[in-house]
Ligand binder design. Structure first.
Ligand SMILES: [Zn+2]
Length: 216
């Protein structure tokens, strides 16, 4: 599996610092469970946080020297070991199994129309909602923009938006400025984890009317 679309530094740092909502933490943890590269980057951020805490220093108050020393200690850390190669990955990685179990066929989907289905995950707190989206092969998710940020992580199959292609493990980070129409690619149905920090904003009238009902 070659992952092309990764988490950004802001998300990794916020996750390392424990500053993300449960829904966003779930998306980050799920990507990290599939991605050696982001797992290594996270380990570095966590080590940096630890080094700063150990020194009893606040980053803002730290002298340049102390920061350089902390970074040097970070460089000296051994690289995290690559995850052991398993013969077959389950579609639902471990972080998601706490929410939906391991059995894809046991997920209680709700229809969104055009064959698209969703299952809202029971995350607590404000600051985001998480759902699994099921998109039949060749089908598009209704055209939508966002308020805030949306993370879409592919678990099965693949989708493309206007310009890019996303396969298992890839995470799309869409912001308020992005209008996109994800389309499931190939002949395999696509399952994604989608996390938003505000309700999606649909452009077509019908989905907009359905928005309060489906909480999307
Ligand atoms: Zn990654």
């Amino acid at each position: 599996m070659t992952i092309k679309h990764h988490l950004n530094d802001d998300l990794l740092m916020a996750y390392a610092a424990g500053n993300l909502s449960e829904a966003f933490s779930l998306a980050v943890a799920t990507h990290i469970s599939l991605c050696d590269e982001c797992r290594a980057a996270l380990a570095a951020y966590e080590a940096m946080g630890g080094a700063i805490l150990e020194g009893g220093a606040d980053l803002a108050l730290m002298s340049e020297d102390a920061l350089v020393r902390a970074m040097a200690r970070l460089d000296a850390l051994p690289a995290p070991a690559a995850s052991p190669k398993k013969p077959k990955h389950p579609v639902l990685p471990a972080p998601l199994q706490d929410y939906v179990g391991t059995d894809l066929s046991a997920i209680k989907w709700r229809k969104l129309g055009m064959g698209v289905r969703q299952a809202i995950l029971p995350t607590k707190g404000k600051g985001g909602s998480a759902r699994l989206l099921y998109i039949p092969a060749g089908q598009a998710v209704p055209d939508h923009g966002h308020r805030g940020m949306e993370l879409t992580l592919v678990l099965k199959g693949a989708f493309r938006d206007e310009t890019q292609h996303f396969a298992r493990g890839d995470i799309e980070i869409a912001t308020e400025a992005d209008e996109h129409t994800p389309v499931a690619l190939g002949d395999e149905d696509c399952i994604c984890l989608a996390v938003t920090d505000a309700p999606l904003r649909f452009n077509a009238l019908i989905p907009r009317l359905m928005q309060p009902i489906f909480r999307i």
